[in-house]
Design a protein around this ligand. Structure first.
Ligand SMILES: NC(=O)c1ccc[n+]([C@@H]2O[C@H](COP(=O)([O-])OP(=O)(O)OC[C@H]3O[C@@H](n4cnc5c(N)ncnc54)[C@H](OP(=O)(O)O)[C@@H]3O)[C@@H](O)[C@H]2O)c1
Length: 284
């Protein structure tokens, strides 16, 4: 593993410096706002659930764009190390951090490890998520709670822990991975769909609360993506889903990751509180 560069974790805005609002006003006046780089160099990105699937793809793409990446996982340790090694093989910096996002103590431990290595978090990608699918008839309170605890509780824990960093960062980013299921609902997924809709209200509220500091919050809502999560869906159900996708294919991880890297960069600085559907044209 590459040795991470340690940086000063505390960045204080000088008393005399313009606020982000003032700065952008001046820049708008002169029509000179220019973003000179596509790079995420010197940006530290924490991606939850980055051992596999969409999170792994996001972490690798952020790394390929120059970011320092914290690869979080819960149980797939070897896969998480593979993600980090791929980032380093492409010339990036990455560390692996185990934490169950539904456990606040573990999230705090992950944050300490991340900030020891990189100083701060500029971008948080709340990607970790699970399904426990059952018709509502058969869904128990435990099935409900498990999904809420990870998909919403985990988002609370990670955002709460990183909030001050994101707020103080130059153009900090909160990026929440939702789903088209949060927009449409889905048979057998009352618990999951509730968590994914919940992220819409959360994102829009955090966008308001971060705006004064020039940081943003956005939500990416993928359609059905070919990962282990989709593999667990029965074949006949998948055929039914495919019929509802105008582009007539499931998404690949690559279809989602470049949107996240775009949001993480300065080019997206005037976009906040948005829900970005990447779903092959599914209606909602
Ligand atoms: N696949 C789809 O069709 C689809 C569509 C729309 C949205 N999404 C959303 O995209 C996100 C990623 O989905 P995916 O398809 O990539 O899923 P996946 O292949 O099942 O991977 C899930 C990832 O989340 C991690 N994770 C699960 N519970 C965790 C916890 N408590 N703490 C920390 N990490 C945890 C897993 O880590 P370990 O293996 O290490 O436990 C794994 O890295 C989810 O939020 C999902 O809801 C997926």
């Amino acid at each position: 593993m590459a040795v991470a560069r340690k940086r000063d974790p505390v960045r204080v805005r000088p008393e005399t410096a313009a606020t982000p609002r003032e700065k952008s006003y001046v820049q708008n006046e002169r029509h000179t706002r220019q973003v000179t780089t596509m790079s995420l160099e010197n940006r530290t990105c924490l991606v939850t659930g980055a051992s596999k699937g969409i999170g792994c793809g996001i972490a690798e793409d952020l790394g390929a764009n120059g970011a320092e990446v914290i690869v979080n996982y819960r149980s797939s340790e070897a896969a998480a190390h593979d993600t980090a090694e791929n980032i380093e093989a492409a010339g990036g910096d990455a560390i692996v951090a185990q934490a169950d996002v539904s456990e606040m103590d573990e999230v705090r431990g992950m944050y300490e490890k991340a900030t020891d290595a990189f100083g701060r978090i500029d971008v948080l990608v709340n990607n970790a998520g699970i399904t426990v699918d059952k018709k509502f008839d058969n869904m128990t309170r435990e099935d409900w709670d498990r999904v809420i605890d990870v998909n919403l509780g985990g988002v609370f824990n990670c955002t709460k822990t990183c909030f001050e960093d994101i707020r103080q960062a130059h153009e900090g980013r909160l990026i929440n991975i939702s789903s088209v299921v949060g927009q449409q609902g889905n048979y057998g997924q009352a618990n999951y769909a509730t968590t994914k809709s919940g992220l819409f209200g959360f994102t829009r509220t955090l966008a308001l609360e971060l705006a004064n500091d020039g940081s943003t919050a956005n939500c990416v809502a993928p359609g059905f993506v070919r990962t282990e999560m989709l593999e667990s869906v029965p074949e006949r159900v998948k055929e039914g889903i495919l019929e509802r996708i105008p582009l007539d294919r499931f998404a690949e991880v690559e279809d989602v990751v470049s949107m996240v890297s775009f949001i993480a960069q300065e080019q997206s600085s005037y976009m906040t509180g948005q829900i970005l559907g990447i779903n092959g044209g599914m209606e909602w």
